[in-house]
Design a binder for this molecule. Structure first.
Ligand code: FES
Length: 157
């Protein structure tokens, strides 16, 4: 079947078997490998992307379910002006350790900040519940999301 998505602002199509997940379509058909394959069963969050404004586990969504929808992956965050504040802060503060969970953590955080520009530490913790980090680096991540949120609220500072 042909599936067409708007991915990172571009209309992209691929011919995929009906059982193809969104994660496989992104990684293997559209060559967007930022979303990672971790558990492949919805437990780790490494595959998180944003679909129509909501963070989803791309391993649990069929490509067909995403047909016609708007998908943002980690590749879509940086602009000509530079990295997204979340990427910048995470890079500068060492909020990520091995980095495998990073794209998922950043996409979940972006979805949170899009809806909640000034989240409390508890709201960040709750949002990141589905993103597992085996390096156990959550404290710096939570601080990093708060710092990025502050940058996004006052971009000049
Ligand atoms: Fe999708 Fe782990 S790979 S949740």
């Amino acid at each position: 079947m042909i599936v067409t998505l708007t991915v990172n602002g571009e209309l992209r199509s691929a011919s995929v078997p009906p059982e193809t997940t969104l994660l496989v379509m992104l990684r293997e058909h559209l060559h967007l490998t930022g979303a990672k394959t971790g558990c492949d069963v919805g437990d780790c969050g490494a595959c998180t992307v944003i679909v129509d404004g909501l963070a989803v586990n791309a391993c649990l969504m069929l490509a067909a379910q995403a047909d016609g929808r708007t998908v943002t992956t980690i590749e879509g965050l940086a602009t000509r002006e530079g990295l997204h504040p979340l990427q910048k802060v995470f890079e500068e503060t060492g909020a990520l350790q091995c980095g495998f969970c990073g794209p998922g953590v950043i996409m979940t955080s972006k979805a949170l900040l899009d809806h909640t520009p000034e989240p409390t530490p508890q709201e960040i913790r709750t949002a990141l519940t589905g993103n597992l980090c085996r390096c156990t680096g959550y404290v710096k991540m939570i601080e990093g999301v708060q710092e990025a949120a502050a940058m996004m609220r006052s971009p000049q500072s």
